[in-house]
Structures are given as C-alpha cells and as structure tokens.
Write a protein that binds this ligand. Sequence first.
Ligand code: SF4
Length: 253
Amino acid sequence: MTTAKLDATGAAAVEAARAALIDEAPAEDVGEHLGAQAEGDRVVTHLFECTRRGYRGWRWSVTVTRIPRAKQVTVDEVVLIPGEDAIIAPAWVPYRERVQPGDLSAGDLLPVEEDDPRLVPTYSFGDDPLSSDEKTQIRHVAQELYFGRVRTLSVEGRDLAAERWYDGPGGPSSPLAQAAPAMCTSCGFLIQLSGPLAELFGVCANGSANDDGRVVSFDHGCGAHSEATLPKRARPQALPPHVWDTVDDLVEL
Ligand code: SF4
C-alpha cells in the first residue's frame, strides 16, 4: 500500500477549511486546528477540535482537494468524527440478539420470524392455490393425525440446541462435571429422551442435584450421582448412646 504525499497547497488551506466548517457548524463549537493528513493525490483532510458540550474527543473533519496546477482548493465534505478518546455509543445490537435465556418476564411476547431456520412446517398445503376454507380443513385433518403443531424443530434448530446444551452448564466441561465421581450415563436419576437428541442427552430427575429438571449430556455428571459414596475417612462416625440408662445399669449391678 502506498502512502499519499501531503499536498502543500491543500495543507496550507487551513482558513479555507475553517470557513467551510463554520458555514456548516456553529462557530463556538469549532476549536483549535489539530492537523492535516493526506487522503490521496491533492486530497487533504483538516481536523479541528470540537468544543461542543458532550462531544469530548470528537473532531471536525474537513476534506479539501484541488485540480492539478490550481492554487485554490474546493471542499469535499465536512463531518464530525470521533477521536480515540471520544465518548461514543456502543455498537447497536438488535434486540433479538440481545435477549438471553431468563430475560423474558411473565406476559412478555417474543414471536419468532416467519422464516426462522430453526423451524420447519409440520405439514404443507402443497403448491395448488387453496381457499382459506380448504386450508382450515387441512389443519383439522392434521390435528386429527396428531400433527398438532404447525411447525417443528428443523435439523438446524436441533443441532443448535445440541451444541448449546453440550457447551453449557449441563455439558461435560462444566466445573460440576469435571469434579463428578461418575457420569450421568450411569446415574439412576437420568431420564431418557426419545428422538435423535436421545443419543447424547437425558433429563436429570434428582431433586437434590443442581441440574434437576434440566437437560444433561451423558458425559455430564455431579456429586449427587446415584452411586456416589463418601470416602471412608469422610463418613460420619458412629456416636455413643446419647442417654445413660442409670435404672437398668443399677439393676444389673
Ligand atoms: S444427579 Fe447428577 S449425575 Fe445424576 S443425572 Fe443428575 S446431574 Fe447427572
């Protein structure tokens, strides 16, 4: 990449750049000239401090250019840009990407998109144009055949769920699983699923375990495993009788 040479005529046009800037912005918001930089052949950007309240670190940028052999510059653009220490808003993230599990409150609605790739139609109306009555009839038939759901999980939706569960707290890499005496696959509290996800996951049904009611991978585990035992030295010691039966003891004497 070649660096453009700073054009001397453009670099000297500080007052022309300032005049163009004051045409666009209030004069009291324009501060010191901060420097000039080459943008290309005979294209120079002048930077001015922005003194407007709330815009600390922002700079006015005025780009000027000229045709070959001309002594006058013309103004390309005037913009306000953030400097390195400028206060700027964080990058916009659409709300759908910001919503996390646990964010929904009672009464909140979070509809999915019509073309959400995680879902596929359970049944189709085919390609023939149908009236709404005919579509209603098809829906009734589908319900009678137990296709009660209009859409079901797609392969992509299933794979995403499997990845999320496996990499999450119910997977093998959670601290709980790493310190477990045995895996869920050998635990009596594991409820089996059906379908493709059943090859890797089940549901924990141990009311004393952290994962009770949650999906866990077979290679997850925890200290509440049904076959977990305490090491001998950690087992509770048998205590002596807490009452001294003086009556019986005295009779025997
Ligand atoms: S109690 Fe622990 S080991 Fe057993 S299924 Fe639940 S999470 Fe897995």
